[in-house]
Write a protein that binds this ligand. Structure first.
Ligand code: AMP
Ligand code: ZN
Ligand code: ZN
Length: 413
């Protein structure tokens, strides 16, 4: 009887202890989750014989072609991957955007005053914030949106990943890997359980030289492969397990100077704001221009189709957000929409096309102790990555556009 009472007390005591332990300590046994983005990495880049590390990891886990969301640009798709919301709902509707509540202002990635203003990012909650709220320690080795405080400072406390960095292209890929390895080397109570990491060099080479076989793009692909090899080897050397999810935000298509649609030939540029130009155009008529801009753009054109935002094809899931410009024009594959002279050489590579364009497909890979090898994963939408990441990192995802079932079959063991 005494033994039974004592056993009962021990049982209650250990149960109480477990619930008193901080969530991070309870999480300590779980392998960390590392979410990587290789900007502009097409799935077919793995077939060039340049990626021995990624190809070996593919054999141990999963590799697939993933459909990006429209518009197939960097900021919208990175935020979609970490929120599970398509750009229309995540609030990051373009690399550049306007908002009727901020007349006269334009958000653009290069304008840090705008790009770091929480106003633009607060329409949805990124995975590192939901993680922190769930007691899962997060760290970001770059990711669009990760440098921005979440929440409204005037209304209450704001949150950030526990470790984060201001984006700086001069931090080499090697330094990025070393930073993540340093984080992973930490003792369990201060080790991040969810890490993001970002490589921009493949996208940069793809823009300059196009997606075809060039020494420059091939070198960029091979370098990122080598860095990921070092990351995996570094983790193994310190005996740390991690589930690694590799994504890309979009693909890359060949563009050329003889495939330009010049808006100056259709309408005077003073009558609209060119919010975004290139593979797609986001065009906001200036007040007082009546129907002139609509009349000029909505009629049929060679190599370009323009829509009022409310009339965009439903499959694009785009146009309800007040931040989407009134007219959206889609260029035919490989064509470039310009307003006036180009600001960068047009011949090379670009993305931003219809997300059904096969050139816009993005790489997805996953491997690690919780991932089952699956040979043939069909193409899926990038919104479905978010519930996978939350599950691997051990907390409930917020409601989103993503479907947890899509990638449920790759989790196991
Ligand atoms: P894109 O113009 O759509 O090709 O965007 C790719 C570029 O986005 C990269 O070359 C980076 O310079 C830039 N970029 C990526 N992450 C960030 C960030 N967190 N803050 C500012 N710029 C970024
Ligand atoms: Zn990108
Ligand atoms: Zn790019």
């Amino acid at each position: 009887m005494i033994i039974a009472i004592r056993a009962f007390i021990v049982l209650c005591w250990s149960a109480a202890l477990a619930s008193a332990l901080p969530a991070t300590a309870q999480q300590a046994e779980r392998p960390s989750t590392i979410l990587i983005s290789i900007d502009g990495m097409r799935p077919d880049y793995l077939d060039r014989g340049l990626t021995p590390n990624l190809n070996a990891l593919k054999a141990k886990g999963v590799a697939a072609a993933m459909r990006p969301s429209f518009p197939t640009k960097t900021f919208p798709n990175h935020y979609t991957i970490v929120t599970g919301m398509r750009p229309d709902r995540s609030g990051i509707v373009g690399n550049s955007m306007i908002d009727p509540r901020r007349p006269g202002q334009i958000f653009s990635m290069g304008d840090s005053k705008q790009a770091l203003d929480p106003f633009w990012w607060n329409e949805s909650e990124p995975v590192w914030i939901t993680a922190e709220k769930a007691g899962v320690r997060s760290a970001t080795m770059f990711w669009p949106g990760s440098e921005v405080a979440s929440g409204d400072a005037a209304a209450g406390p704001t949150l950030r990943p526990r470790d984060w960095m201001r984006f700086d292209q001069n931090i080499s890929n090697e330094q990025r890997v070393n930073t993540v390895l340093d984080w992973m080397r930490r003792p369990a109570d201060i080790r991040p359980q969810l890490i993001t990491m970002y490589f921009d060099t493949v996208d940069t080479a793809g823009h300059r030289f196009g997606p075809g076989r060039t020494p420059e793009l091939d070198a960029a692909i091979a370098d990122v492969d080598a860095r990921i090899g070092e990351l995996v080897a570094g983790l193994a050397a310190m005996g740390r397990e991690a589930n690694i999810v590799i994504t890309a935000d979009h693909g890359m298509a060949q563009t050329a100077e003889d495939r330009i649609i010049q808006l100056d030939d259709l309408i005077d540029s003073a009558s609209y704001i060119a919010v975004e130009m290139g593979p797609y155009g986001a065009i906001e008529p200036v007040t007082g221009t009546d129907t002139r801009v609509y009349d000029a753009l909505l009629k049929p054109h060679d190599h370009m189709q323009c829509y009022r935002k409310e009339d965009l094809p439903a499959r694009l899931h785009y146009g309800k957000n007040p931040r989407v410009a009134a007219i959206i024009c889609l260029a035919a594959p490989g064509w470039t929409i310009l307003s006036g002279p180009p600001r960068y050489p047009v011949t090379g590579g670009a993305h931003g096309y219809d997300n059904a364009d096969p050139d816009m497909l993005a790489l997805f890979m996953a491997f690690g102790p919780s991932i089952k090898p699956v040979a043939d994963l069909p193409v899926f939408d990038n919104v479905d990555v978010y519930p996978l990441v939350a599950r691997l990192a051990g907390f409930d995802p917020l409601p989103s556009d993503g479907n947890a079932k899509t990638l449920a079959g790759i989790v196991g063991r």
